[in-house]
Design a protein around this ligand. Structure first.
Ligand code: HEC
Ligand code: HEC
Length: 296
């Protein structure tokens, strides 16, 4: 070790282009903080979960666990909401006042339920997709009153899980020997004309007769549909499966058969919930859907 002549400070002996490196001791305050952090670090790993093991980490002496905290929070909120949940389970949904605690609870709960169980088919905003109805408009296959929506959610549509209660009506596949190709072309032209669409194939007047004979029983004489049978209104320019000639023809030939699960029997929907909780959940999501476009 050598000393720098002027400052009398030890140098490390390193030298680059005449510049020497001093060997000053580390500042005391810095060294102390350094030791304190080491002690703190060791203490922390003893007190809190820290060292990774095969399936979890060392638990720590304080027994701290974020999972337990979340569980405790959930319990706390459940406790706070349990009175509302019980109330919602048996509430007359038509009279729940907008802006009341019950309404706000149901609406938030319904939104969360919708995001989890409904959005994959009906879209996160409820606008639907081909074959999956838009729930935001006031155009309903099976009825848009809040109780009708709750019924649809609970029992579903054309499913096998709740066969006795699910909505059911089957449109015949008219392409299978019921109607000749020409009759189908004509009735397709007629159906499209009800929504004001122009046709290149088919005769609308002849189609009207085919319609009266084969379709009016479900879709009604004037084509406005029948909620009791889930037969869509064919005059409103809202289409479940599509409005182009090809698609309407396909609908008439094959008879669409939209299926929705019975949520009241769906194992993931009702998991861990007693009857009251299931009723509350169904009512919440029905109220949530109804506030978009209910009415009819
Ligand atoms: C697996 C897909 C799927 C999921 C998930 C689903 N639905 Fe449906 N839903 C459908 C289909 C398909 C129809 C239309 C059936 C038909 O053609 O009549 C429908 C119809 C409906 C209707 C009737 C609409 C009308 O016009 O009368 C309501 C209300 C409804 N769903 C609400 C919900 C709610 C609430 C959830 C979540 C709890 C949900 N759906 C989850 C597929 C689904
Ligand atoms: C037994 C009742 C019944 C009869 C008869 C019937 N339909 Fe339907 N129709 C339905 C039902 C129910 C649906 C909806 C099916 C679904 O939601 O999956 C439907 C759907 C349709 C659709 C699809 C509408 C859309 O929005 O995409 C068209 C088009 C249609 N029917 C035309 C006809 C025509 C034309 C006839 C006569 C040749 C006819 N239907 C006879 C019950 C019937």
């Amino acid at each position: 070790m050598s000393k720098d002549d002027k400052s009398k400070v030890n140098t490390t002996g390193h030298e680059w282009d005449g510049i020497q490196e001093f060997n000053n001791p580390l500042p005391r305050w810095w060294v102390w903080i350094f030791y304190v952090t080491i002690i703190w670090g060791i203490g922390y790993t003893i007190a809190y979960p820290a060292w990774p093991l095969v399936s979890k980490a060392t638990p720590g002496l304080l027994g701290f666990s974020t999972r337990a905290n979340v569980a405790a929070d959930i319990e706390k909120f459940k406790g706070m909401n349990s009175a509302l949940e019980v109330e919602l389970a048996s509430a007359d949904l038509t009279t729940v006042e907008q802006g009341s605690d019950l309404y706000n609870y149901a609406s938030n709960y319904g939104a969360a339920t919708f995001a989890t169980y409904c959005s994959q088919c009906h879209g996160s905003g409820g606008a639907g997709a081909v074959g999956y109805p838009n729930l935001r408009d006031n155009d309903w296959l099976w009825g848009g009153s809040i109780d009708e929506i709750a019924y649809t959610v609970r029992h579903g549509i054309r499913n096998t899980e709740d066969e006795d209660n699910a909505h059911y009506a089957e449109m015949p596949a008219f392409g299978e020997d019921y109607l000749a190709e020409e009759e189908i072309d004509n009735v397709v032209a007629y159906v499209r004309s009800l929504s004001g669409l122009e046709n290149e194939v088919g005769d609308v007047t002849a189609g009207a007769t085919v319609f009266a004979d084969n379709c009016a029983a479900c879709h009604m004489e004037d084509g406005t549909g029948d909620i009791a049978q889930g037969a869509p209104n064919l005059t409103d320019a809202i289409w479940l499966y599509g409005s182009d000639t090809e698609t309407v023809k396909h609908s008439v030939e094959t008879g669409p058969f939209g299926v929705m699960p019975a949520w009241g029997k769906n194992t993931s929907f009702i998991a861990g919930a007693d009857e009251t909780a299931v009723n509350a959940k169904i009512n919440a999501v029905a109220l949530f859907v109804h506030q978009w476009g209910g009415g009819e």
